[in-house]
Ligand binder design. Sequence first.
Ligand code: EAX
Length: 326
Amino acid sequence: MSFNRRTPLLALAAACALAAGLPAQAQTAMRSSISVAQNSHQGVGIDVFAKEVDKRTNGRIKIQNFYSGSLGGELQSVEAVQLGTQELTFTSTGPVPNFVPAARILDIPFLFRDKAHARAVLDGPIGQDLLKEFESKGFKALAWGENGVRHMTNSKRAVNAPDDLKGLKMRTMENPVHIAAYKGFGIIPTPMAFPEVFTALQQGTVDGQENPLSVIMAAKFDQVQKHLSLTGHVYSPAVMLMNKASFDKLSAADKQAFLDAAKEAVKANRARVDEDDAKGVTELRSKGMQVIEVDKAKFQAALTPVYAEFEKQFGKANIDKIRNFK
Ligand code: EAX
């Protein structure tokens, strides 16, 4: 048998096993996806995950990764994982409240001081308890990862202060907490799946959007957006989701392998977010974006009425528990 790139993986594995005098081992194939490009903080996450699962299961479980929303946007992917038509996905919490309402609290703007604070909450008891909330909805949530700190871009005008946002038509995620909050800025929110955003910006269907530097770079939004305001208005968690039935079918050792692989994936994912944040402004400026440092406290103050509403909805004590977490 001669091998080339078209040789099916299974045939290859069987041939290797035969050559080694071993019985061919059954292989399981699974699929995972992200909505952004492979060369990104999320791409590195799922690539490391697939590699670690392969290694830790001695090649018995192969994960095929799909990038750039080729299996659909995040809402669609989460739905597919819930149904089991796709085993895994790595998604921002954008669409998550539609499936697991308990996780909504994490999407409140200005909830976390910075990434370190967010990571500590997610890795601590609050975050770990929230991961368990996914189980009754058909998911095994393997780990919290990170999408990053979101900033605003648009091609209408320089946004220096909250008032400049009034009347801007901005694409938002399909996330009820973001939508409610951004109305408080005077923005006209237009929820839309991520794979449609580039074209919507290009064609002027919306004036702007908001995303972490990692996403702005990976999606090349600099090509269709002029102004970037470093509003840092909300932390965007990500979560590695698996279909619950697929996870339950695994042996105890393989379950542990998946959980350990997810930990490695998150390390790589967060490290890449830090890297992107460190170089993002310079890179996006060099690509022609006008980058504006803003007084974040003013943007936070603009949301005071919305915050009063959130405190009623989520319970002030629950919000404070996260804000004051050390
Ligand atoms: O998860 O939809 C979004 O804006 C997300 O930030 C993006 O797809 C990466």
